[in-house]
Design a protein around this ligand. Structure first.
Ligand code: C5P
Length: 476
């Protein structure tokens, strides 16, 4: 069979062929082959296959997948880390949400998973090379950068983030990232020491300033034996939910104009300058509530004890150490419309905290005298001036959950209590899931709303929706 030549076509037809080939991710020669094959296979009366005029651009141009028309499109850039294997599951989770997925892999990523696997799971072949003759025709990286609704990077390695922060463009992934004007969501994954490194922190801070969205990393075990800490990539379900949230049309902001104060985390009560009393609170639930309230349009201030969590987007965060510092900050933030006290405030502090490090002596053990800390929730609930319209407390109990929570609701004088079982078997303390009961008080009556096990993010979203409904701002 004679080889193909497209030189003798007029310019308009060539332009139209180029466009069509670009949309389908093929070379012009391959596109012509496809057209000829379709024409040969079509019934005799079929309309001519070759276009005679440049096609009208589709409202949402496709690139390679005719079935993807109308679906929001995600370009998933897979970075070179061990978490790359989870990106394969992420492809499926994104598709479960009705998204069209196209993959790009860095050279390092290909050491962990094969482009063929990613391409087979996604809606089209996986792209790997900046100078790929098939996709670089017509500046393919520019089209890959623009012909998408969202770019997700998972795993986002320290190196990839460093290159992004610096604006490098020496491979396909970084060239796409530099050329895009679409939202970008990063799911970092790396060793905890790399995540804690000052250079990584600087790069992440820069990327957030540049408008990049970041999910995670979570804390947990690493692939390396005996290593744990903050650095695990967020789970594919969480990343898919975050991607979906970025792609959905801007939500109604039911709490716009509402001021909300949230407390979170443990408090540290000094024994001396180096030792303190603390508890196992991670702060995750309070941070999730602050994030969900901000997303619902509220003006949120989060007063947090010492935790290892990044500031939620759009939230003013004030970091404190002790219960007394927390109360002082809370008082300066009043008045607010709503106050949510999710912090696990230490009940006691050391009355005779040492100014210097307490030394071991022959006289025996130091005697620590404890005094009660101020109860921030009760203090604010009982205010006669500047009391928030809605005051919500938390009751973390290990037994008789509902009875103890009901008693706490009455004793502290708040309006709602979110009760959760924190006995060690539940894994709630420090974990990502929570099972809660929301107790609401109407004078002497208490109503109980029991929710199924959910992630802490889901609990936060549900709580914010309940607040919006109760305060007369139901979500649209
Ligand atoms: O520790 P307890 O179970 O009493 O905590 C119940 C609620 O009271 C929580 O919402 C917590 O934030 C709040 N609290 C507080 N100040 C304290 C102790 C608890 O605000 N000193």
């Amino acid at each position: 069979m004679a080889s193909l030549t497209v030189r003798k076509l007029d310019d308009a037809l060539k332009a139209s062929l180029r466009l069509r080939a670009a949309r389908n991710g093929r070379s012009v020669e391959d596109e012509v082959r496809m057209i000829l094959r379709d024409a040969a296979e079509a019934p005799a009366a079929a309309p001519p296959a070759l276009p005679t005029a440049p096609p009208v651009p589709a409202a949402r141009p496709q690139y390679g997948d005719r079935a993807g028309a109308g679906r929001p499109r995600v370009t998933l850039i897979i970075g070179g880390g061990i978490a790359a294997y989870k990106a394969l599951d992420l492809i499926r989770r994104l598709k479960d949400r009705g998204l069209h997925v196209r993959c790009v892999m860095t050279r390092a990523a290909q050491q962990f998973v094969a482009p063929l696997t990613a391409g087979a799971l996604a809606d089209e072949r996986c792209y790997t090379d900046l100078f790929d003759p098939q996709s670089e025709f017509d500046a393919g990286h520019i089209r890959l950068a623009r012909d998408t609704d969202l770019i997700v990077i998972a795993p986002a390695t320290a190196d990839l983030m460093a290159k992004m922060a610096q604006g490098h463009a020496d491979d396909l992934a970084t060239a796409i990232l530099l050329a895009t004007n679409r939202p970008v969501l990063l799911a970092p994954a790396m060793n905890p020491l790399m995540w804690a490194n000052a250079a990584t922190k600087r790069n992440v801070a820069q990327l957030i300033r540049d408008g990049v969205h970041v999910i995670g990393p979570n804390s947990g075990e690493m692939a390396e034996a005996n290593e744990a800490g903050v650095g695990r990539m967020s789970e594919p379900l969480e990343i898919a939910a975050a991607a979906d949230a970025l792609l959905r049309p801007p939500q109604a902001r039911p709490l716009a104009g509402t001021t909300i104060l949230v407390t979170a985390g443990p408090t540290h009560e000094p024994i001396d300058p180096v030792r303190y009393i603390a508890n196992r609170s991670s702060g995750k639930q309070g941070f999730a509530i602050a994030a969900a309230a901000a997303q619902a349009g509220a003006e949120v201030t989060l007063v947090s004890g010492p935790v290892d969590l990044a500031d939620p987007p759009g939230v003013r965060v004030i970091r404190v150490e002790s219960a007394r510092d927390m109360l002082a900050q809370v008082e300066t933030m009043l008045p607010v419309n709503i106050a949510i006290f999710a912090a696990a405030v230490a009940d006691w502090r050391v009355a005779n905290a040492g100014e210097q490090k307490i030394k071991k002596t022959a006289q025996g053990m130091p005697q620590l005298a404890l005094v009660e800390n101020p109860d921030i929730l009760a203090t604010v609930s009982k205010l006669t001036h500047n009391r928030p319209l809605l005051v919500i407390g938390f009751a973390a109990e290990t037994e008789h959950l509902i009875d103890n929570a009901t008693a706490k609701l009455r004793r502290k004088g708040c309006d709602w209590i979110v009760a959760n079982d924190v006995s060690p078997a539940t894994g709630v303390m420090g974990g990502d899931r929570n099972t809660v009961h929301v107790l609401t008080r109407d004078h002497e009556d208490v109503a109980i709303d029991s929710w199924p096990v959910m992630t802490k993010d889901e609990v936060a979203t549900a709580l914010v929706a309940k607040i919006a409904a109760a305060t007369g701002h139901p979500p649209a």
